[in-house]
Design a protein around this ligand. Structure first.
Ligand code: HEC
Length: 131
């Protein structure tokens, strides 16, 4: 009888624990998918700054290959000085929009979300400021 009670209590405890832990598990999945979250929020393309918007995009998607003088294609996206070169010669927008005549970027990954591309375009069109 005692043994039976312990089993029942343990199984109840396990059920309770599952119910308590489940929301956290679901929540962490939800917040991990950053790009999908952005798709559900309006795309902000105004007042784009290099430090707040553009540099984090490059750090997430590009700088593993494009850092320093030995960066792929001789392109350094880890600094404003390097990024502004491809911003101003048209290669940055050509590559991320997968336009003809450019090597599509990011290489080996799917195209950036439309909102991210629009933010890059907005920054380039504003003259690629170091802000
Ligand atoms: C896995 C490595 C890798 C990643 C990640 C990567 N690139 Fe590249 N990128 C390359 C290589 C290699 C080249 C040179 C290939 C070529 O020019 O044919 C290149 C070339 C380029 C060019 C010149 C394209 C042209 O046609 O002139 C631009 C601009 C560029 N990358 C931007 C980016 C941006 C922006 C990102 C992130 C969104 C990115 N790259 C991510 C490897 C990478």
């Amino acid at each position: 009888m005692k043994r039976f009670n312990i089993v029942r209590i343990l199984s109840k405890a396990a059920t309770l624990l599952t119910i308590m832990v489940l929301p956290f598990t679901l929540q962490s999945c939800y917040y991990d998918v950053e790009e999908e979250l952005y798709q559900n929020t309006p795309c902000v393309t105004e007042n784009i700054t290099f430090a707040q918007t553009i540099q984090p995009i490059f750090q997430r998607n590009c700088t593993t290959c494009h850092t320093g003088a030995a960066g792929s294609g001789g392109i350094d996206l880890s600094t404003h000085a390097g990024a502004s070169v491809v911003a101003n010669n048209g290669r940055l927008v050509g590559a991320v929009t997968h336009a003809g005549g450019f090597t599509p970027m990011p290489q080996g990954a799917s195209q950036l979300p439309a909102c991210t591309i629009n933010q890059i375009k907005a920054w380039v069109e504003a003259g690629a400021p170091n802000n």
